[in-house]
Every structure is written in C-alpha cells, then in structure tokens.
Design a binder for this molecule. Structure first.
Ligand code: UDP
Ligand code: MG
Length: 316
C-alpha cells in the first residue's frame, strides 16, 4: 500500500509518546519499547512529542534519532500539558493504528504486542485498565474511586474506572478522536464517548522508577473538574431544583411566622436563627455561582478557539 501524501510505504503502527523532562526515563523507554514493536511489526514509526522540557530531553531525542530512523520528534513551543502533547502526536501519526504510551513505562510495555494482536483481530480500540491501585496512597485511591462513582452517576458517558491514556486506536477511531474540536480535552471521556469496538486488557500499573510524576493534588482537582464539566451539565441544573425546594421551604416558614405573629403577637428577635439562615443561604448561593463560574470559564476558553498546541519544529 502506498501513502498518497508521502509516497512511502504506508506505516502500520504509530507509537505516540508525550514527554516532559524525561531525560532519565528515555534510555530505558527506547531499550524496552523498540524491540517490542520491531518484533511484531516492521512498518512502524515512533513519535515522541517534547512538551516544553527544560532538561536535556530534546537533545537526547535528537541523539537517538541518529540510530533509530523510525523516530520522529515533535518539539512544541512550550509546555502545553500531556493531553495537548498527546493530541499533537496523534495528529502527526500516519499509521493504520496508533498506540499511546507514557515515557516512564508505568504502563506495562509488554502489552504492546497484545494490543496489536487484538487490533489485527478486529478491535478498533484496545484499552489498558489498571487491575489494582495498590501502589497508590489511600488518599489517591479514595479520591479516584469517589471521582469515578460521581462522574458515572451524573454523566451519560460511562467511564471505565482506572483506564488511562494507554490505548491503541485504529485509524477510524483516531480520525474520529481528532475531529473533536473541544479545547478542554478530557481524554478518558472522549475515548469512551467515541464508542467503537473496544477490548480491555487488565494489568497492574508499575510505580514510577525514573524521574517524577507531573501530577499534584491541585492539578488532579482541576483535571477532575474538567472531566465533570466536559461530560455533565447536572451540576448546573441542580441549582434550579435546589432553589425551588429552598424557596418553597422559606415560603412555608414565612407563612408560619405570620400566623404565629397574628396569634401570639410579636416574638422576641431571634439573632442566632437569623444569622444561621443568612449564612446558610449565602453559602448555597456562592456555591451555585462558583459552579457556574467553572462552566463559564471553560466556555470562555472554548470561544477563543486557540489551537491546542503550537509546534516549534518537527524532526522527521
Ligand atoms: N507529560 C507531558 N506533559 C506534561 C506532563 C506530563 O508530556 O505537562 C508526559 C510525561 O513526560 C509522561 C506522561 O506525560 O511521559 C505521563 O506523565 P506522568 O508520569 O507524570 O503522569 P502519571 O503517570 O503520574 O499519570
Ligand atoms: Mg507516569
């Protein structure tokens, strides 16, 4: 088969890996991943996206290119975050199927041949699902579980708990993914939303051995809010129901005060109960406004229609 655009032999598998400050992890990554793909596919490309690294990651990648002709390096103009970097890599992929993998090899690389085999069998999406979270702290495990049960309650898109970005997408699924134009990229949700014939492979996820995770609780919180606002409008809608319920309650309470005043005369002023009611209602109102703000801020970002990432240079 010939690729009309490049006129070279078509590529079967593209492996895409976003990296940010991974100079320590890269040697092991190449040593492990390259033989695994080479063993099951001879027309492949490896696309590594440098997401604004400040260490010697880019230099390392360019050195590796001298001995690995299948390596393509996409250098972004700054750090755009993993989701955007991954999208940049996917947009450049030419394969009939693409596999997304992290540089730290936390996702078991030995699944690569298995993913390819499933794809050859006819699956469009092959997803790695973490079979346990034993390596995570209690807080991380609890918050992750709470997040999945919340989002699966309020969203129509069913999200598989503990499935990350380590997946294979066949060309039709990849093209569908790239056609999604939203700026807030909650990948887990987007992949799920696409549908297609999916195969899940359950395997444990290792702890990071080289370098450091780029996540902290603040980022995870904002990631969770991205997920919820991208896939559910329920948080916006509950306010009208809450408002109606509270207003009805307040109305009934008001009537009871009027009746009591008429029957028993003027009551002693109740400072404490008044303060409690004012503080409670103000709190409720602020939460409501805050949630609207979360959506509004994201609508604002969408309306600007800025590109998801900017490429500084492609080393092809
Ligand atoms: N990464 C990236 N840009 C970022 C943060 C992370 O390209 O802003 C890359 C990182 O180099 C790694 C992958 O995304 O290859 C996953 O990052 P990390 O291991 O920190 O995430 P975790 O495994 O903890 O979810
Ligand atoms: Mg990692």
């Amino acid at each position: 088969m010939t690729d009309p655009q490049t006129n070279t032999h078509a590529i079967e598998i593209s492996v895409v890996c976003p990296v940010m400050n991974e100079e320590e992890a890269l040697p092991r990554f190449f040593d492990t991943v390259l033989p695994l793909i080479q063993a099951c596919c001879d027309r492949f490309e490896l696309i590594v996206v440098n997401d604004g690294s400040t260490d010697r990651t880019l230099a390392r990648l360019l050195e590796t290119r001298e001995s690995v002709p299948q390596l393509q390096v996409i250098d972004l103009s700054r750090n755009f975050g993993k989701e955007a970097a991954l999208t940049a890599g996917l947009a450049h992929a030419r394969g009939d199927a693409v596999i997304m993998i992290d540089a730290d090899l936390q996702d078991p690389p030995e699944l690569i041949p298995e993913m390819i085999a499933c794809w050859r069998e006819g699956y469009d999406v092959v997803t790695h699902v973490r079979s346990n979270r034993d390596g995570d702290s209690v807080i991380k495990r609890t918050t992750a579980n709470a997040f999945y049960s919340l989002i699966n309650t309020i969203s129509d898109t069913e999200m598989t708990p503990n499935a990350g970005d380590y997946r294979l997408l066949a060309r039709p699924a990849l093209d569908a993914f790239l056609s999604l134009e939203e700026r807030t990229r909650f990948n887990k949700g987007l992949f799920q939303w696409l549908g297609f014939r999916e195969k899940q492979l359950f395997r444990v996820r290792e702890d990071r051995t080289q370098g450091e995770t780029k996540w902290n609780y603040r980022k995870l919180y904002s990631f969770a809010i991205d997920g919820i606002t991208s896939f559910s409008s329920l948080p916006l809608k509950i306010w009208s129901w809450l408002g109606i319920t509270l207003a009805l309650g307040a109305f009934v309470y008001g009537i009871s005060i009027i009746v009591r005043t008429m029957v028993y005369g003027v009551d002693q002023p109740g400072y404490a109960s008044m303060m409690a009611v004012i503080l409670f209602f103000n709190g409720i109102t602020l939460i409501g406004i805050g949630i609207m703000g979360e959506y509004l801020a994201r609508i604002f970002i969408e309306t600007k229609r800025r590109p998801l990432y900017i490429v500084r240079k492609v080393y092809d």
